[in-house]
Design a protein around this ligand. Structure first.
Ligand code: FNR
Length: 194
């Protein structure tokens, strides 16, 4: 069984990105479980002064990333960038110095927006960040989902359902690529090559 941690870049209750990640469980290949992380809103602003005795919320994030075989992140776009809460989570899990939870971690990224461009500029920023963090960036189809509100179930119960077959197909492909990265220990080899 492979364990994938899903992180939404939005802390909004009705977030489309979180709803998307909740839909991924039914699209995952056999043997993959996907847990959506709750709690990036509990992280304090990153502050080196707090590093000596980090809050429990930080430890919980780091341990969740470390325990996962892979991570998938879905980000909204705020003013053509990733939201501050997501950058904050990336920073906290990149520390302490020399013990980053991201190094060699297989990570897949996507973006979603009600707008026409699907948050592609935030996705580009996020993939750049992950490369800088020495995560193993899983390449699949580039998924920047435009008009995301039209691709999820309409009522509250069905919201965590991807109703658009083309988008669901791309997500399946990306999750399969994540599974291949886990099976081939691509993240470990990536670190050896650094
Ligand atoms: C946005 N939104 C937005 N959308 C987009 O496609 N490109 C952008 O640059 C921005 N900028 C932006 C800035 C700020 C401050 C807010 C609050 C919103 C709209 C955004 O995509 C929309 O609110 C999404 O619904 C947010 O994602 P979640 O919360 O639904 O996952």
């Amino acid at each position: 069984m492979s364990r994938v941690l899903a992180i939404s870049g939005s802390i909004r209750t009705e977030s489309f990105n979180t709803a998307l990640l909740n839909a991924f469980g039914s699209l995952a290949p056999e043997g993959m479980s996907i847990e959506v992380f709750k709690g990036i809103d509990e992280l304090p602003h990153f502050n080196q002064d707090l590093e000596g005795d980090v809050p429990a919320s930080v430890t919980r994030l780091r341990e969740a990333v470390q325990a996962a075989d892979a991570v998938i992140i879905s980000t909204p776009e705020y003013n053509r960038a990733i939201p501050g809460v997501l950058k904050n989570a990336l920073d906290w899990a990149s520390r302490p110095y020399g013990q980053s939870s991201w190094q060699g971690k297989p990570v897949a990224a996507l973006s979603a927006s009600p707008g026409a461009q699907g948050g592609v500029r935030a996705l580009e920023e996020l993939t750049g960040q992950l490369q800088n963090l020495s995560a193993y960036l899983v390449r699949g189809p580039e998924i920047a989902i435009p008009e995301v509100h039209t691709r999820l179930g309409a009522d509250a119960d069905a919201r965590a359902t991807l109703t658009d077959p083309a988008t669901a197909g791309m997500v399946k492909y990306l999750l399969e690529a994540l599974q291949v990265a886990i099976d081939t220990k691509a993240g470990e080899n990536h670190v050896k090559a650094l």
